[in-house]
Design a protein around this ligand. Structure first.
Ligand code: SMG
Ligand code: MG
Length: 368
């Protein structure tokens, strides 16, 4: 087992279509990868933070700082992913930075052992049902057209981004156009307050799978109150940053479904713990997305192949995001995406894509 250097790579890939949420519009994906280099193998991890601290308090430039100053110094030649997470525990927050380093280390270590991430995590599926997250559109006509295009491609579930002033009408329109059988859910990205509870209750008429993160991430009490008022199941995204927050939210009935994003909870090891907890309690989970390229998508597919992931996730095909992905593209086959099953995350950046990226840091790692 060796780890001799850690490289940080940055770049940017334009999105095929702007993605608007209640907190802003993304037109391209700025990227940060950790490359863990060993003697005979190497591993890649993708940081899911965005350029601006709007989804959560983390943002890419800060992740570069945190990884460089605080996380890389914890690594030695023989450090395992478990060791790393243990040593990183005194560093508060910074989940996305930790998750990215952990992912690269896991990929390296599993390649050294010739084991796939899917097998390591306990995957039971060879393909994963794929949903699509649809941004806020300029008009209802545009929304109907965009949803229709995704359904024609075979996506098995639709998530509509909502915000105050752009919510009930969207859901009513999509239900009317595409019928009651469509698996449909909404995501507010924390745009409401508990004072909106009676308004959000109007969503109860549309048989939604769930409403995701209606209130601010730290308003657990608000979610508890809201969940008592509305019948649509409340699912938490931004609020869940660890197994402890997951357990607390479930115990207090702030939510009945959890969106698991490894980047948001500090890595795949923590994500698996949350999955295991939810599986033991019969709480459905699904894998969220952060507009990842193929590196992050591959690892998310491995996680989403675990048995508790009973709802389709936000893991869409590469073409939903990018004209050219950094890896060979992930494609939709009958509404599913195949889980990589070779070694590690099972994929790596294409050299012809990497030439457009910049290696911004190289750190030598001491042997032990
Ligand atoms: O990767 O398909 C994807 C995006 C899914 O909607 C998505 N993500 O809150 O769940 C969420 C958002 C966070 C990213 S918005 C830029
Ligand atoms: Mg969300």
């Amino acid at each position: 087992m060796t780890l001799s250097a850690v490289e940080l790579w940055r770049g940017e890939i334009e999105l095929v279509t702007p993605f608007r949420t209640s907190f802003g519009t993304e037109v391209s994906r700025e990227l940060l990868y950790v490359h863990a280099v060993g003697d005979s193998h190497s591993g890649w991890g993708e940081c899911v933070a965005m350029v601006d601290p709007n989804y959560s308090s983390e943002y890419l430039d800060n992740c570069v700082q945190v990884i460089s100053r605080f996380l890389v110094p914890l690594l030695h030649g023989d450090t395992s992913a478990d060791d790393f997470i243990f040593r990183a525990a005194p560093i508060r927050g910074n989940y996305m930075s930790k998750a990215c380093v952990e992912a690269a280390l896991l990929d390296l270590r599993l390649r050294e052992q010739s084991v796939s991430l899917a097998k390591f995590l306990g995957a039971t599926k060879t393909r994963v049902a794929s949903g699509v997250s649809v941004g806020i559109q300029n008009s209802l006509d545009d929304l109907v057209r965009v949803v229709g295009e995704y359904l024609a491609l075979g996506y098995l579930r639709v998530k509509l981004k909502i915000e105050p002033g752009s919510d009930i009408e969207l859901v009513k329109t999509i239900r009317r156009e595409f019928g009651d059988d469509l698996l449909l859910q909404v995501d507010a990205n924390a745009a409401y307050t508990v004072a909106d509870a009676e308004h959000l209750k109007e969503l109860d008429d549309f048989n939604l799978l769930l409403i995701e993160q209606p209130l601010p991430e730290d308003d657990l009490v608000g979610h508890i109150k809201l969940a008592k008022i509305i019948n649509t199941p409340v699912c938490l995204d931004e609020s869940i940053t660890s197994i402890e927050t997951a357990r607390g939210a479930l115990d207090l009935e702030a939510c009945s479904i959890i969106n698991i994003k490894p980047g948001r909870v500090g890595g795949y090891l923590e994500a698996k713990k949350i999955h295991d907890l939810c599986l033991s309690r019969g709480v459905p989970v699904w894998c969220g997305g952060m507009l990842e390229t193929g590196i992050g998508r591959a690892a998310n597919l491995a996680l989403a192949a675990l048995p508790g992931f009973t709802l389709p996730g936000d893991i869409s095909a590469s073409a939903r995001y990018f004209a050219r992905d950094i890896t060979t593209p992930f494609v939709l086959v009958n509404g599913h995406i195949v889980v990589p099953n070779t070694v590690g995350i099972g994929i790596e950046p294409l050299p012809e894509m990497l030439v457009n990226f910049r290696k911004v840091e190289t750190f030598e790692v001491v042997s032990n």
